[in-house]
Unconditional design. Structure first.
Length: 106
């Protein structure tokens, strides 16, 4: 003796309501399994130790010592050469008046 499909679907609907699952009688791929999983970010991040020892952090920790950064020194030298040739980026405008003086009048 076969049970009607509508009766099985009603039972499935009640079961989903009781156990807090998603009612999906057609078996569509909804992604609820992935959305209900715990987030992996904190677990993966805990594998790696915190990053310390950058020159910026060392300067903050020891402001009395002069800590050299080769990349920064190279960049400053490059910018000095570019300024001497007139190829450096323009200075930022600090006030509204400075920025308005270059607008074209209509």
């Amino acid at each position: 003796m076969a049970v009607p499909r509508s009766r099985i679907l009603d039972l499935l609907k009640v079961q989903c309501r009781i156990f807090g699952t998603t009612y999906n009688p057609s078996g569509l791929r909804l992604g609820t399994r992935i959305l209900n999983e715990r987030l992996k970010g904190p677990a993966v991040a805990s594998y790696y130790p915190p990053r310390i020892g950058t020159t910026k952090q060392l300067r903050r920790l020891y402001p009395d010592f002069e800590i050299l950064d080769e990349k920064e020194e190279d960049w400053l030298e490059h910018m000095q050469i570019a300024k001497s040739r007139g190829k450096a980026p323009p200075k930022k405008k600090r006030t509204a008046a400075e920025s308005k003086k270059f607008h074209k009048k209509r």
